[in-house]
Structure formats: structure tokens, C-alpha cells
Design a protein around this ligand. Sequence first.
Ligand code: ADP
Ligand code: MG
Length: 338
Amino acid sequence: MSGTELKIASIETEVITPSDDNIVPEPGDRFVCTPHVEELTTRAMAYLEVGYSVHFSGAAGTGKTTLAFHAAARLGRPVILVHGDDDFGSSDLIGRDAGYKKSRLVDNFIHSVVKTEEEMRSLWVDNRLTTACRDGYTLIYDEFTRSRPEANNVLLSILEEKILNLPSLRRTGEGYLEVHPSFRAIFTSNPEEYAGVHKTQDALMDRIITINVDHYDRGTEIEITRAKSGVSRRDATVIVDIVRELRLVGVNNHRPTIRAAIAIARVLAHSGARAEENDKIFQWLCRDVLSADTAKVTRGGHPLMDKKVGEVIRKVCNNNTVGRKAGKGLPPDKEGAL
Ligand SMILES: Nc1ncnc2c1ncn2[C@@H]1O[C@H](COP(=O)(O)OP(=O)(O)O)[C@@H](O)[C@H]1O
Ligand SMILES: [Mg+2]
């Protein structure tokens, strides 16, 4: 016998799981838990504990991602984080067939017989959603409406029938996976980015409980700004009041967000400056951070923002000085904490 004897020994699927791809969240020491934050968390937990998946919907900077992590931490399961993205396909969520792995055995002892044995194994690379469903993890799907609705289709049967359909490409198993009873999904999205024309996205919205979140109350914003920067409560109060006042200006009442307040506070703390009208650093810092948000506010074709920021700084700083003399301007229980 001569020539090559090709023998395909087996075709099986090997599943590769990204084992270090999950995290177990723990509350950070700079996490601020005011009654407002606690109420939102309690609401989310009430749904999650019964088995529903929840969705935090709100404008940028309203604390959605932070709340999602906080609720996930309370669930106490490992967390898998996915960010919505236009390029996302469903294979990015559930996994993909990564081709074949071949191993070859050539028996060359007897020269007249060349025996080749090949083993072909299809490699299935589990993706995060598959892992989360199989092992009962918590999936945080941040900004899920940024993914195309088709990519999110796979979630419908997971949430409704508790079954994950795997593509027929996967050669072993029955093409589906039963979702672990501890699996939960926490979604976030910004309704401003959601045009509302995608039926599939609507179908998904139908299967999750949406909690609408707005900007935090003044007291919570002050606490977060302080916790994230280390500035005094008085400085945090001035910064937050400026940001909140500017939110009322122009057409978009969601900007500037708390991120601007945190940025100003962090640079202020780093530079050793104070949130006072005559502090030069504070002046340019506010203008730099806040101008972009009010750039669209114009009068006679000229942007008004610089002037507006200046006016608001003056107004808030004056109020704060007057308020301090009169014992006002700070959240009620914080007056002595300057
Ligand atoms: N409870 C909180 N404690 C501390 N920082 C918070 C809290 N909530 C929000 N933040 C901070 O506020 C900013 C905006 O929150 P984020 O969750 O990213 O908002 P969103 O996802 O709605 O855009 C982030 O810097 C975040 O760290
Ligand atoms: Mg976010």
C-alpha cells in the first residue's frame, strides 16, 4: 500500500471560555450612598431579586453605569460587562466559531506506508453572554441601544424563555443553552440616543423593567463631587451650584453634567485653588470645562458662553458668601462641616 491514508478521527467542538473576563464588584470607598441613590438601588433590587432584568434609562451623567455596578454588587455574582457599539454583532455577545484546530499524526516508520491521521476540532470561543448565561453571572450591558437591534435579538429568548440559542455552527450540544437561574441583566441607555424606530429594540424594552433616572439632587451631587476630588464641602457646593445653574441655560438641560463638576473639583484640589470669584485658576478652569456645553448659546451670532459662565460664577459665589453669613447655601446638616 502506498500513498496517503487520510483519516478524520473526529470532529468535535472544544469550548474556550474566557475565564478571567469577569469581575466581582465591590463598593468603592468613594461611592456615595445618599437617600436618592439608595432609593434607586432598592427599586432595582426589588425587580432583580424576583428574576426580572432592569434598565437604567437617563441622560449622560445621571449615574446609570454607577448604579448598574452598585446593583450588580448587591447581587453578589460575578459581573460581565459589555458596551453597546454600532459594530457589534450577535457573535460578539454569544461567541463565534473560530475555525478548526488540526492535529496531524504521520506514521513514517515503514516507508512504503504513509499513514496520516487528522483530527479536526471546531473551536467555539464562548463570548461573554454565553458565559454569563451558563454560569449565572450578572451581565451589565452598558449603552445597549448603541448596538444595532439585530445584534441584541439574541437577548429576547434569554429574557423571555430563559434559553440562549446558539448558532447551528456549534457542533455539539443541542444548539441551545438553558439559562442559569441566577443570571440577570442590567441595561443602561440614554433615551436621547434612541430614535425609537427599531422594533426589535422595542421588543427588548418590553422584557425589561425600565427605571428612569434624572440628575441627582443637589445634595447628592455635592457629596459625589467632594468624594471624587477631595475639595471642601463649601467648594463642592459652589461648583455644583454653578453647574446646576448652567444646566438651565440653552436648549439641552442635561448639560453640563456632574462629570464637569468632578473635573473642576479635581483640578481645583490639585492646584490648591479655591472656588471663589477672585481666584484666577477657578475662573479659567470653569471657563475651560464649562464653555463647550454652552457653546451653542449665541446672541447675534456670537457665542455667549464665556460671558454666561462669568455671570453664573459671580452670582453663585455672591450667593454663597451672603448665604454663609446668613447660614444658608449648604445642605441642612452640613453647615458646620466646612
Ligand atoms: N453614587 C455615586 N457615588 C460616587 N460617584 C458617583 C455616583 N454616581 C455617579 N458617580 C460619578 O458620577 C459620574 C457620572 O456617573 P455615571 O454612572 O458614569 O453616569 P452615566 O452612566 O449616567 O453617564 C462618574 O464620574 C461617576 O463615578
Ligand atoms: Mg454610563
